[in-house]
Each structure stands twice: as structure tokens, then as C-alpha cells.
Design a protein around this ligand. Structure first.
Ligand SMILES: C[S@@+](CC[C@H](N)C(=O)[O-])C[C@H]1O[C@@H](n2cnc3c(N)ncnc32)[C@H](O)[C@@H]1O
Length: 207
């Protein structure tokens, strides 16, 4: 989870990275777009006309990809604690997902509709203290599951970034209680040394 963004090694790795180069060439705001793309190509996450909620969306790579896939009949509502440069066809909500008022705003921005898919790539600010970083990552994961349970239509889907470590088992159990099927993914664009994985949960049970 820890990325020493200021170290020379990190900067060198970043400049040499295949997905950083591709993102620049193909106009994506982040290399993260390729994680979603690979998971989507393998598991058919996104379809035309879907209503998608993107949690922790900034700078916007996932939102860009989702926007392309859902087409003009779909919607993407993006949310982040940090600002995001506007993206055509994406509604953006600035706020901390830990604040209950932000969930209310999200519900309002869906204008009475339910979402078909929640995608969450949220990561906390990294302090370097492994135990507290893992706890904060776990809290964001649990909140994403709660948001999904509030906004998803029956049968809806959740794609969640999970940092493997303390609490991962419980988070998976929480997801398993609410969804029919969980699939674990480690896309190529996710760095091998990173503890992040993605859990794709299908078949939301709305009760
Ligand atoms: C890895 S980045 C997301 C990258 C994004 N998926 C993309 O493709 O560009 C993780 C994001 O989670 C956001 N985040 C962290 N804590 C948050 C919180 N409490 N509420 C909302 N967003 C949060 C961060 O601000 C950051 O933008």
C-alpha cells in the first residue's frame, strides 16, 4: 500500500511503467484505468446503459473508462474527498465518504434511481504505519460495501479495491452476506508488490 512517491526509485519506476505510458498516449487520467479495463474485459463488469457510482474517483481514469462503456443511455456519478477536473458526462460529488451527509448527497444525485454498479478504488492517505494504514483501508472498504448496499438495485454489482491484511477476511464475509458471488482479481496493471486486490461481487441481495 505504501508508495514512496518522492523517492528517485519510485519516479524511475513510474516513468518506465507500461501503463503510465499507455495512459498518456490514450488520454486516460491515470494508469488505474487499465486495472478496471482488464477486470471488465475478463468479467464483463460494465455494460451499456448502466448507472454507475464511482467512489474515490479522482483523478478520473475509472470514470473515463466507465463513461465510455455505459454510453449515452448510462450515467456515471463520481465521488472523491479530493477535487476532480470535470469530465464530460460524469457528475462529480466532492466529499468524504465517511461523512453520512455525503451518502445523502449521493442518493439525491441519483434522482430516485438505483445504481447497477458501484466501483470503489478508494485508498486512504498512507502514513507509513502499517497497522493504522490497514485499519483505515479496511474502514473505507466497509463503507464502500455500506454505500453499495444503500444505492444498488437488486442484482447489482460492486467492484471493490481491498488491501490484503488484517480484516480482509471479515470484509469478504460482509460482502458474501450481501452478494451471490465474489470473484477475486489481480489485474496486470496492479503492481505485484502492492497488497491491493479487487473483489468483484455480483448479485446484490436487497433485503
Ligand atoms: C487510487 S485513487 C483512485 C484512482 C481512480 N480510480 C482513477 O482511476 O483515477 C484513490 C482515491 O481515493 C480517494 N479517497 C480516499 N479517502 C477517501 C474518502 N474518505 N472519501 C472519498 N474518497 C477518498 C482519494 O482521494 C483518491 O483520489
Amino acid at each position: 500500500m505504501v508508495r514512496h512517491k518522492h523517492s528517485k526509485q519510485w519516479l524511475r519506476d513510474h516513468a518506465d511503467d507500461e501503463f503510465v505510458r499507455r495512459a498518456r498516449q490514450e488520454g486516460y487520467r491515470s494508469r488505474a484505468a487499465y486495472k478496471l479495463r482488464e477486470i471488465d474485459e475478463r468479467h464483463r463488469v460494465l455494460r451499456r446503459d448502466m448507472i454507475v457510482v464511482d467512489l474515490g474517483a479522482s483523478p478520473g481514469g475509472w470514470s473515463q473508462y466507465a463513461r465510455q462503456k455505459v454510453g449515452a443511455g448510462g450515467r456515471v456519478v463520481a465521488q472523491d474527498i479530493l477535487p476532480m477536473e470535470p469530465l464530460p458526462g460524469v457528475d462529480f460529488l466532492l466529499g468524504d465518504i465517511r461523512d453520512p451527509a455525503v451518502l445523502d448527497l449521493l442518493i439525491t444525485s441519483l434522482s430516485g434511481a438505483s445504481a447497477d454498479l458501484v466501483i470503489s478504488d478508494m485508498s486512504p492517505n498512507i502514513s507509513g504505519d502499517r497497522v493504522s494504514d490497514q485499519a483505515r483501508a479496511g474502514q473505507l472498504g466497509e463503507l464502500a460495501v455500506e454505500v453499495a448496499a444503500t444505492v444498488l438495485a437488486p442484482g447489482g454489482q460492486l467492484l471493490l479495491k481491498v488491501f490484503q491484511g488484517e480484516g480482509t477476511g471479515e470484509l469478504r464475509r460482509q460482502m458474501a452476506r450481501r452478494f451471490d458471488k465474489l470473484v477475486t482479481c489481480k489485474p496486470r496493471a496492479s503492481r505485484t508488490k502492492s497488497r491491493e486486490i479487487y473483489v468483484f461481487a455480483k448479485g446484490f441481495q436487497a433485503n
